[in-house]
Write a protein that binds this ligand. Structure first.
Ligand code: ADP
Ligand code: MG
Length: 289
């Protein structure tokens, strides 16, 4: 293993996935260094969400390898990806409507609670999974001092995640998520992903459906996260966010990386302009920088 592979937070090589005859992801290589902010852009249907779904284990690749900090991920296993330190949000937004904002964020914390899951490692062995579950139930019924301390720390961590979004979420912490505005649901989803203190945060169009002011606000919050050293992979259509945040941009077209580099250079690349313009029947640029 090369030094750069070992040091990289994420290394993806030869990633492929087809749906019927459609090669959604057709040999993607990608590496992200600690603290780096990498963006993926590309026309609709170019394989961006599929790439995120493969990396996060939501989909199983047909081929390819995914390493987190040099360690190979078990393909198609979201819980393995979460345990390795990956956290994500979904393009269409996924919060649990019947749960409060606080409870939604708590879901993200569960991947990092150890005292409350005493025999966690056993859950990978099918027969022994029940032993692990029973132990967790026992701990829930009779919390030990270690568990109580962990819960207090968890509550503080949830509050800290909500506070990132200024007054958007904190006053609504105990409201059911279904009562939230669309933008606040998306913020809740980001807070949930961050609660696990991920090695890598994957965001699939976090500003989709947001107005200009909301998009600018998300941009500031992502810039803060970046300044704090969070490693991020962003899929986004909004070019102002791509320009503002990216250290490096990858452009996908028909499942392949057609350009990669600094945002200014990539967005001026004729192949990139062609990939966007070629898809637009009206002949109107989709790049709306
Ligand atoms: P993007 O996020 O770049 O818009 P996607 O990764 O969602 O693109 O989709 C890439 C291609 O794969 C598209 O042609 C899409 O229709 C197809 N695709 C994605 N997910 C599925 C699926 N679950 N079943 C069938 N086809 C899919
Ligand atoms: Mg998508």
């Amino acid at each position: 293993m090369s030094g750069s592979t070992r040091d990289a937070v994420l290394t993806v090589s030869g990633l492929r996935r087809s749906f019927g005859g459609v090669r959604a992801v057709d040999g993607v290589d990608l590496s992200i260094a600690p603290g780096e902010f990498v963006s993926i852009i590309g026309p609709n249907g170019s394989g961006k969400s599929t790439t995120v779904n493969l990396i996060s284990g939501v989909l199983k690749p047909d081929a390819g390898e995914i390493l987190v900090r040099g360690k190979r991920l078990r393909p198609g296993r979201p819980e393995a990806a979460a345990a390795a330190g990956l956290a994500r949000t979904f393009q269409n937004g996924r919060v649990f409507g019947g749960m409060t904002v606080r409870e939604n964020v708590d879901v993200g914390l569960q991947t990092t609670l150890h005292a409350a899951r005493p025999l966690r490692g056993l859950a990978d062995i099918p027969v022994l999974r029940w032993v692990s579950l029973l132990a967790e139930v026992a701990v829930a019924l009779a919390p030990t001092p270690g568990v109580r301390a962990e819960r207090r720390a968890a509550a503080a961590r949830i509050d800290a995640q909500l506070a990132r979004f200024e007054e958007r979420l904190t006053p609504r912490a105990d409201q059911s998520a279904y009562t939230l505005s669309y933008a606040n649901r998306r913020r809740t989803e980001i807070a949930r992903a961050l609660a696990s203190e991920p090695q890598l945060l994957l965001l699939d169009e976090p500003a989709a459906g947001m107005n200009q002011a909301e998009t600018a606000e998300i941009g500031r919050q992502l810039a803060d996260l970046k300044a704090q050293g969070q490693t991020i992979l962003l899929v986004e259509h909004k070019m102002e966010l791509i320009h503002q945040l990216s250290d490096r941009v990858l452009v996908l077209d028909e499942g392949r990386v057609i350009a990669e580099g600094a945002p200014d250079a990539v967005l001026a690349d004729p192949r990139v302009i062609e990939a966007y313009l070629g898809r637009s029947r009206a002949g109107k640029a989709v790049i709306d920088a």
